[in-house]
Design a protein around this ligand. Structure first.
Ligand SMILES: C[S@@+](CC[C@H](N)C(=O)[O-])C[C@H]1O[C@@H](n2cnc3c(N)ncnc32)[C@H](O)[C@@H]1O
Length: 453
């Protein structure tokens, strides 16, 4: 028996949300907001049900009738290809506003226009699972299925760059011929401006014949192999001369950022360039400013900031990344103005912040856990000690909203503006940016020009 339901919203796993006649909430795979759908309940829990879509009686105008990727619906990589990309962004914007309202109990004074990049071919990093399945014809290499248990049997992927998607089938064939394909659990992709690196995790030593297979594949498909026999620290290039091949450029700031395959880098290079531009405009750095970049990674924001500020201090938990940032600063003649140090920023407090001295501007770009200790420390500074402006880049609206609540309610900062960045189209991930200012000020000066970007 099927039920007829009106879909009210979409959750971030791409499931339509509706209420049944008795008020119980139901999540429907594949259904979109505004649609009238027939569903069949597949699982019942005390507080919600799961249902499968049987028929769309009234489709949404924003439905993409044929999602472009053949793996859509099975693959766990993309969950929203059946919805127009601009509507995806609207849903993410609403999720951000809801998080501010319900978690942080704050409201941005202004909403920034969402930032868009390419909808496909944008993922310059990916972690593919691998599994040798004889009855599927050999090696599977791809994202995991939505259920998480199996590797998708995929010959293409539209969110990774096309040249990588085109090599998926030959990669599967080549890996199937290795001596122990059943001992290859994962392949990581890192695409730089000048080369593509595949890091092969192998749990058994590779034979000479295996190495030849990898070399032939590299020559044919113009990739560089890194090999990882154990933990991430054991990763090394198959050919030692390929060690320094990866970099990405930030042409607006005349910067070339070298990195290694396992380093944190932003997944979407095009949007990253936009994001840096926007963050710097929002910070409004002045030539005499002292600026902090917290969770600075390899200096993705610090070095661009170093082009304008008197001094930049980048702080980060990974010594490898601060080392990378220090080297990049030296490469660009920024060693005098950009300094880096390694510290666990989840454990800082206001006295540590005071020891660092006064900063005029601060950029915070934490991992998903957010920056609770940092936000708390800033909220405890006196008005005179505070940075005038904090720009917070976030990959998790819930922790951004929590930290915003601390800055606003405990610290008296104003949440001037916030907006989403479409860093990961077709997925449920929400990247966003927020601007805080100490004390009462008028609207952000640059707001109108950002709206017209
Ligand atoms: C979202 S990334 C941002 C990196 C950099 N801003 C960029 O754009 O490339 C978050 C960074 O926080 C660092 N991190 C994670 N936990 C940390 C901690 N407890 N203390 C300091 N840094 C940490 C990670 O190593 C990573 O570089």
């Amino acid at each position: 028996m099927s039920d007829l339901l009106e879909v009210e919203s979409l959750d971030l796993e791409g499931r339509g949300v509706a209420h049944q006649a008795d008020g119980k909430v139901v999540f429907i795979d594949g259904a979109l907001p505004g649609e009238l759908v027939r569903v069949q309940i597949t699982r019942q829990k005390p507080s919600y049900d799961r249902a499968k879509l049987v028929d769309i009686v009234r489709p949404s105008a924003q439905r993409v009738s044929t999602p472009p990727c053949p793996n859509f619906g099975v693959c766990g990589g993309c969950l929203m290809q059946h919805l127009e990309p601009t509507a995806q962004v609207a849903i993410k914007q609403r999720a951000l506003e809801d998080a501010f309202k319900h978690i942080g109990k704050v409201q941005p004074q202004q909403l920034l226009a969402a930032m868009h990049g390419p909808y496909f071919g944008y993922r310059f990093r990916a972690r593919f699972s691998a599994r040798f399945v004889q009855k599927k014809g050999g090696m599977l290499v791809g994202f995991r299925e939505k259920n998480g248990r199996y590797v998708v049997d995929m010959d293409q992927c539209l969110v990774i760059p096309k040249h990588v998607s085109d090599m998926l089938r030959p990669l599967r064939t080549a890996l199937s011929t290795l001596s122990r394909p059943d001992r290859i659990p994962q392949i990581e992709l890192a695409v730089g401006d000048a080369c593509t690196v595949l890091t092969l995790r192998h749990m058994e030593p590779l034979t000479d014949s295996d190495l030849n297979t990898l070399r032939e594949f590299a020559a044919q498909h113009n990739v560089i192999w890194w090999l990882q026999p154990k933990g991430p620290e054991t990763a090394h290039p198959l050919n030692p001369e390929d060690s320094d091949a990866l970099y990405y450029e930030l042409p607006d700031y005349d910067l070339k950022m070298p990195f290694k395959p396992a380093d944190f880098t932003q997944v979407n290079h095009q949007i990253n360039r936009e994001l840096i531009r926007r963050a710097l405009r929002l910070l409004e750095i002045q030539p005499n400013d002292r600026v902090a970049d917290l969770f600075c990674g390899l200096g993705n924001f610090s070095l661009p900031m170093g082009r304008f500020a008197k001094e930049v201090v980048g702080i980060e938990g990974s010594a490898t990344l601060t080392q990378r940032a220090t080297e990049a600063a030296a490469l660009h003649g920024l060693s005098d103005s950009a300094k880096f140090s390694t510290l666990n920023l989840f454990e800082v407090d206001v006295s540590w912040l005071r020891e660092l001295g006064h900063f005029d501007r601060v950029l915070i770009d934490p991992p998903r856990d957010g920056a609770f200790a940092v936000a708390k420390a800033y909220s405890e500074l006196s008005l005179a000690e505070r940075p005038q402006r904090i720009v917070y880049v976030s990959c998790n609206p819930a922790t951004l909203a929590r930290d915003a609540g601390i800055l606003v309610h405990n610290g008296g900062y104003e949440l001037k503006a916030a907006g989403v960045i479409n860093m990961f189209p077709h997925t449920g991930h929400i990247e966003s940016i927020a601007v805080f200012e100490a004390g009462q000020t008028g609207p952000l000066k640059m707001f109108e020009s950002l709206e017209n970007e």
